[in-house]
Ligand binder design. Structure first.
Ligand code: ZN
Length: 297
């Protein structure tokens, strides 16, 4: 391409560009002025899934401790199974069955409530009597003659329900036996995990599942039983067909989780199932519903 051809080409291009701009300008001048279209603001509601789960801690031997949550209400009701591990593993099966129930029936959770379930606070204690971790079923529960007391404790041989900050002492008792309560309150990671949860969610009430005594127990630390604790003890016991024990005095206990909650002003009860083998499903579903009915809006 010669220099003169280039020049002509450049001038022609410039002319075309000006023409195009003018045309656009004229066309736009003649068009009616459109009101700006206001797009409706699309707000995506913050939807929390109905069911969620999280790892709230790790046991001495490195097993995860899980918590399941149902609903998105402001007030939490917390249920805890398995603090005594494999020794009371029907409490763990019951908690998992309850998780299944809440997962399949959202209507069980009243308005304003979030149901939280820790199915097994002591996974190492379960591992002592079974190689199973996570979900276990009623059919997994071993013959009662295979029961070993060691499954009650965590991997440091500590009775976790003696490791909380209510009248804590290094040694405590379980029936006639001396049991280790850890090196200090909350020395055990499993107890610490529950402490963190309680501090995070400030539950309105806490229900522990144990076995076996066929009763529902109130709780207290050093200031007597909270009136609301007596209330939920009676509600659960009557709905579930269990006995009511306002004050546990069968043998001295220190450092129990329920007493620690009482010291914080949080109503807490202990549901002792009537056997080591069964979840007593209908009784406990009725008990749980009665508690949620009390706290629901
Ligand atoms: Zn127990």
């Amino acid at each position: 391409m010669s220099a003169s051809t280039l020049k002509i080409f450049a001038i022609a291009s410039f002319g075309i560009a000006i023409l195009a701009t003018l045309t656009v300008f004229i066309i736009s001048k003649n068009e009616p002025v459109l009101e700006p279209v206001i797009e409706p603001e699309i707000t995506v509601p913050e939807t929390k899934p109905f069911v969620s789960s999280s790892t709230i801690g790790v046991s001495v031997e490195g097993r995860n401790i899980e918590m399941y949550s149902f609903g998105d209400g402001e007030e939490s009701i917390l249920f805890v199974g398995g603090i005594h591990g494999g020794y009371e593993w029907n409490s763990i099966v019951l908690a998992y069955d309850m998780i299944d129930q809440f997962s399949s029936d959202e209507s069980l959770v009243p308005e304003g409530i979030t149901v939280r379930i820790i199915p097994n606070l002591n996974p190492d204690g379960l591992a002592i009597v079974t190689n199973k971790t996570g979900r276990i079923f009623e059919s997994d529960i071993p013959d009662p003659s295979n029961r070993v007391a060691a499954g009650r404790f965590n991997a440091n041989n500590v009775d976790l329900n003696r490791n909380f900050a209510c009248k804590w002492a290094p040694e405590s008792t379980w029936r006639g036996e001396v049991v280790s309560a850890g090196t200090q309150a909350f020395s055990e990671p499993e107890a610490q995990a529950l402490k963190n949860v309680v501090e995070n969610i400030s539950p309105k009430a806490v229900i522990f599942w144990h076995s076996q005594a066929n009763n529902v127990y109130a709780s207290e630390c050093e200031n007597g039983v909270l009136p609301e604790t007596l209330d939920i003890m009676s509600i659960y016991a009557q709905a579930g067909g269990y006995g009511e024990v306002p004050v546990f005095d069968a043998y001295p206990i220190t450092g129990d989780a329920e007493g620690w909650l009482a010291s914080l002003g949080i109503p807490a009860i202990t549901v002792e199932l009537g056997s080591y083998q069964s979840t007593e499903w209908n009784q406990n579903l009725a008990g749980v519903k009665s508690i949620l009915n009390k706290y629901g809006k």
